[in-house]
Design a protein. Structure first.
Length: 674
DNA sequence: GAAATCATACTTTTT
DNA sequence: GTATGATTTC
């Protein structure tokens, strides 16, 4: 996916960044200016100049990005030196540090990590426990929202009431309930040695704050390299400050024009303030080595309209190429056809599928295209969007496995017990508190009448399965452990939501992936901290050898580049998404999103705009689904593209013909004549 | 207290 | 079109 050729010879501006040796450094690297090459070279440079790789920390946005950086640095300097340096996401690194040093601040090393869905479940559970049923018929915030609110409070370090006012005004009057729920949630997590994503960062910060652990960490990392700095949040910036406090030198790389994670409380302030806050030198990379001048002219024009000014335009260094095309199609279906035709054209002209990508704002934007691709037998791998982990059957498997590792995992019990006929939320809750206090006393629970008779068998089967998988002999054989619980699991899979066969296949794939893990708990942690990013990730390697096209959300395409890029659904409501047009800031972020998408292209860029949507009229006053072309494609921008109408347009010709209309009129007339 | 039915926000991007 | 929560039913 990341195919950019390393730049053999560094430019002057890159060279300065690579060899900088006077404290903290900020590299403002515009799109395609050789950011990865520069970071790689700097890593290699550090190692060659004698820094112990063990004392280098690479903070990236995904584990994939970290391993790629390390691999490339290795090829530069040879040997396996670089493989010893630390790398990964903020969360993954926090996880490692806390397992090693957490004990000193009261974190048991065997904590489990809650993913967002778990956190939401727990919050909902506690809210119900706490305020029982609220008076009146008032409708409460849904549980996903609870995690969002709390997470924003923590990551942006902003008080609850302010977060509510600014971002969630419609649930402002639930503030008191929310506060109580959040407190109970925190207490419960602490009591059960469970950390959520935000806790990982908070406790990492605590490692810096506590004198004992800070002493341990002094000198632990000499150099910290942070990628995609524009997408970090306030809490993460504080973490860097903590690292500086232990003697680390920071190199941050980012581009304020590519900041697209505001919804996760990321703030451009981080990159804007870095220079002063960390007393850092700033180097700008402005020469774009990736795209043709024609493509750059268009992307520069898109950013020119941003309400917030950014660095000056990028300068192209590549020779002239083809102008980007703005392709309008009659509707979504024609758009898919147009995309496929261009893909095949480029394949014929010598660009393999792996060097082509189709990008879009939201995951389901590719639904129709996926059908068309399958029909034409064009292989693809999709990145981003609904994750594997969120599917009910996968969560079920994960919960059983968590119980194998930790028999008192309340959340897991709570979820699984409800899979059993005759057990709902109320019985599940009572059983959970029983099982959590008196381990393994299922028999006692049955005697106490906590289970209705018809549910006994299913529950016994579940407990047996877990016991079988938890025998000491299997501890280092995750796949075998999964096998033990499969019989029970397979009996409940798909009962609620159907689609049984596909779900069983998913479980098979997970089992295959688990076989590669050293232990079950390691497998589970990896799964939550570094979930499979693409549909192909778990399918095993054969998939990846094949020539395949990349489909990706724009968010997941960050950092990637392809020879041919097609961006689809450039219509108002889709990009900008109509869910994100509430404030000027949000619209600006949507614009940057488009900018990120367009700047992924090296040689050929196509922007697709369907003019009509059959399925979903975006607005009531637009009942026929006619679309406005994205507001970001202004006349100025369109001056830099060739406009292609996929087909002579008379959208009305596509309206379904009401075959009985004439007959109805005739019937009416004849009835009047009677 | 579980299961079935109903009503109504909400619909995205990810560690 | 969907998923979650509230309500009613068994």
């Amino acid at each position: 996916m990341f195919v950019d050729a390393p730049i053999a010879v560094l430019t002057d501006e890159q060279e300065r960044a690579v060899t900088h040796d006077a404290g903290n450094l900020l590299i403002v690297a515009g799109a395609g200016t050789g950011k990865t090459a520069t970071l790689t070279a700097r890593l290699a440079h550090l190692v060659e100049s004698g820094v112990d790789p063990e004392r280098i920390l690479l903070l990236t946005f995904s584990r994939r990005a970290a391993t790629e950086l390390i691999d490339r640095a290795e090829t530069l300097i040879g040997g396996s030196l670089a493989s010893r340096c630390w790398g990964g996401t903020f969360h993954a690194v926090a996880n490692r540090l806390l397992r090693r040093y957490g004990q000193a601040i009261g974190i048991a090393p065997d904590f489990t990590v809650l993913d967002q869905a778990d956190a939401a479940d727990l919050l909902a559970l506690l809210r119900d426990e706490h305020d029982g049923r609220p008076e009146g018929t008032r409708r409460r915030a849904r549980k996903d929202l609870l995690t969002q609110v709390l997470s924003r409070v923590i990551n942006s370090r902003t008080p609850l009431s302010e977060v509510l006012d600014r971002h969630y005004p419609w649930i402002r009057d639930e503030r008191d309930d929310l506060r109580e729920t959040f407190k109970a949630y925190t207490a419960r997590k602490r009591a059960h040695h469970v950390l959520d994503y935000d806790d990982l960062l908070l406790f990492w910060a605590a490692l810096h704050d506590a004198p004992q652990t800070q002493a341990l960490l002094i000198g632990r990392f000499e150099h910290v390299l942070v990628d995609e700095y524009q997408d970090t949040n306030a809490l993460q910036a504080d973490l860097l400050e903590g690292l500086v406090g232990t003697g680390a030198t920071i190199t941050a790389v980012g581009d304020d024009a590519q900041s697209i994670y505001g919804f996760r409380a990321a703030t451009v302030r981080n990159i804007l303030d870095f220079g002063t806050r960390f007393d850092a030198d700033v180097v700008h990379l402005t020469r774009n080595h990736r795209s043709t001048p024609e493509i750059l002219a268009m992307t520069n024009a898109v950013m020119a309209d941003a309400s917030e000014r950014h660095e000056k335009d990028l300068v192209a260094v590549r020779p002239a190429g083809a102008r980007p095309e703005l392709v309008s199609s009659a509707d979504e279906h024609r758009q898919s056809v147009a995309v496929c035709e261009r893909i095949l054209e480029h394949v014929e002209r010598g660009t393999p599928l792996t060097r082509q990508a189709v990008l879009f704002r939201t995951s389901h934007h590719s639904d129709l295209l996926e059908l068309e691709l399958s029909a034409r037998k064009i292989p693809f791998v999709k990145f981003g969007g609904l994750r594997f982990l969120e599917a009910a059957h996968v969560k079920d498997l994960v919960c059983v496995l968590r119980l194998v590792c930790n028999p008192v995992d309340e959340l897991a019990w709570f979820r699984l017990l409800q899979r059993i006929d005759g057990v709902g939320p109320a019985r599940a809750r009572r059983l959970v508190s029983h099982l959590a206090t008196e381990r393994n006393s299922l028999a006692a629970a049955i005697e106490l009448g906590l289970l209705p008779p018809e549910a006994v068998d299913g529950t016994v089967d579940l407990v047996d399965a877990i016991d079988r998988a938890a025998v000491p002999g299997l501890v280092n054989a995750p796949a075998a452990q999964i096998e033990c619980v499969r019989t029970w699991l397979d009996s409940v899979v798909g009962v609620q939501h159907g689609n049984r066969d596909a779900r069983l296949a998913d479980l098979d794939r997970l089992q295959g992936a688990a076989a590669l893990s050293p232990s079950l708990s390691q497998f589970l942690t990896d799964l939550t901290l570094d979930p499979p990013a693409s549909t192909g990730d778990l399918a095993g390697t054969p998939h990846l050898d094949d020539d395949h096209l990349t489909l990706s959300t724009i968010h997941s395409a960050k950092g990637g580049e392809w020879d041919v890029v097609q961006v689809i659904h450039l219509a108002d409501g889709n990009l900008p998404s109509d869910l994100a047009t509430g404030s000027p800031e949000e619209i600006d972020e949507e614009r940057r999103l488009l900018y990120v998408a367009l700047t992924r292209a090296r040689d050929h860029l196509y922007a697709h705009a369907p003019l009509r949507y059959h399925h979903r009229p975006r607005r009531r006053d637009d009942a026929h689904g006619y679309a406005q072309i994205s507001r970001f494609l202004t006349d100025e921008v369109r001056g830099h593209v060739d406009e292609v109408a996929e087909r002579v347009l008379d959208p009305r010709a596509d309206l379904p013909v009401a075959t009985d209309a004439v007959a109805n009129v005739d019937a009416l007339v004849s009835s009047l004549l009677d």
